[in-house]
Design a protein around this ligand. Structure first.
Ligand code: NI
Length: 129
């Protein structure tokens, strides 16, 4: 083995273990990189803000709890073990009556609050856990 050979970490990424490492809500943490997409876990509770992602679809995989995604013309309930993809350019607002733990797969650089000005709900991107 040469010194320059990459050390491979043959360890599965465990969602529950990663989720146990933080308690703050609305602050997605990166757990893996897939090409130009990042896999993130996040805990949310309560109401978010209306926003859209002009250039990117957004996927929500619910691990625990029950997520409601509101749209201007309806809503969808996403339970644990289910997923939903919000198409690019569609206004949406996540809502969780009680804490929801979920996984997101989004392209690098996509901002949680969508397009436009950053505000107090804009999370720092690229925070690994
Ligand atoms: Ni979004």
């Amino acid at each position: 083995m040469s010194n320059s050979q990459k050390i491979v970490n043959y360890q599965a990424i465990n969602f529950a273990q990663k989720l146990s490492l933080f308690s703050e809500q609305w602050q997605p943490k990166v757990i893996a990189q897939i090409n130009n997409h990042q896999v993130k876990i996040v805990k949310i509770e309560g109401d978010f803000q209306w926003h859209q992602h002009k250039d990117s679809d957004e996927s929500f995989f619910v691990l625990e709890g029950c997520l409601r995604l509101d749209f201007r013309d309806g809503s969808v309930q996403v339970n644990a073990g289910e997923m939903y993809v919000v198409p690019k350019g569609v206004e949406h607002k996540p809502y969780a009556a009680s804490e929801v733990k979920m996984l997101l797969i989004v392209p690098d650089g996509v901002i949680n609050t969508g397009d436009g000005e950053a505000n107090e709900r804009t999370a720092q991107g690229d925070v690994w856990i």
